[in-house]
Write a protein that binds this ligand. Sequence first.
Ligand code: G
Ligand code: G
Ligand code: MN
Ligand code: NA
Length: 250
Amino acid sequence: LRLEQDLRQALSLKQFRLDYQPLVNAADQSLVGFEALIRWHHPTRGMVSPADFIPLAEETGLIMHLGDWVIEEACRAAAVWPDYISVALNLSARQLILPALPNTVSEALSRYKLKANRLELEVTESVFLGDSEGSLDVLKRLRALGVGIALDDFGTGYSSLGYLNKAVFHKLKIDGSFVREAGNNRETVAIIQSIVSLAKSFRMTVTAEGVETADDFTRMRDLGVNQIQGYLFGRPMSFERATDLVHGIQ
Ligand code: G
Ligand code: G
Ligand code: MN
Ligand code: NA
């Protein structure tokens, strides 16, 4: 309950920031974008993981306000970086219940003079558990703006492959647990092969998350994955460090 009270004040006290994790092209390992990941610096608890406070923000409805801040902040960062750098952000299922979300996104894009394709929104399969018709409608309106929509943590949740047929997703992100398991499990490799072939038949890009070793990398690249994300190419880092990386400064 204390944490909930603190969470309510954290935005105005400017205790949040976004870190950015690099996303590289599998073919040449060039930097193509970043995923924004929220961080909460609590004055006494130190760093609180989003895995702990996002669920609380969802239960209390604070996610709406917090989610708007994430959109604003990610666009502000994207505006500083060159056009070939995309910025992905995570959306909670609850944010997709808001019919105003496409407006919020399109206003942020115009405020920062960003082309819509600079922005990618990541959702998980859980968006289809609740009001799936309403959420699908919001996703379609977002897609119509020209922003990318990625299906995150693919393969770990409730998967109804039927949703891939609705032409809203431009990307599948293979969950890191599969990627790391693929090194010692043939069945997992088979699952990844099917995901890649499924994605290609729908003309979707495939990203592998959680790539930690050079072996993980070559395995994913050779399986036909298009983009790579993981500690091998960089941990989530501050906006300043991400900007240095864009400019080739180590
Ligand atoms: O980066 P990290 O391991 O701490 O992220 C933990 C979880 O929190 C991940 O599932 C990630 O998708 C989620 N997350 C990180 N940032 C955000 C955000 O800005 N909004 C939402 N809804 N989830 C986020
Ligand atoms: O759920 P989502 O995919 O949005 O969140 C990604 C999460 O995975 C973040 O918490 C991020 O910090 C974490 N992550 C990113 N790269 C790696 C990696 O290479 N290994 C592991 N174990 N976690 C990673
Ligand atoms: Mn994500
Ligand atoms: Na993920």
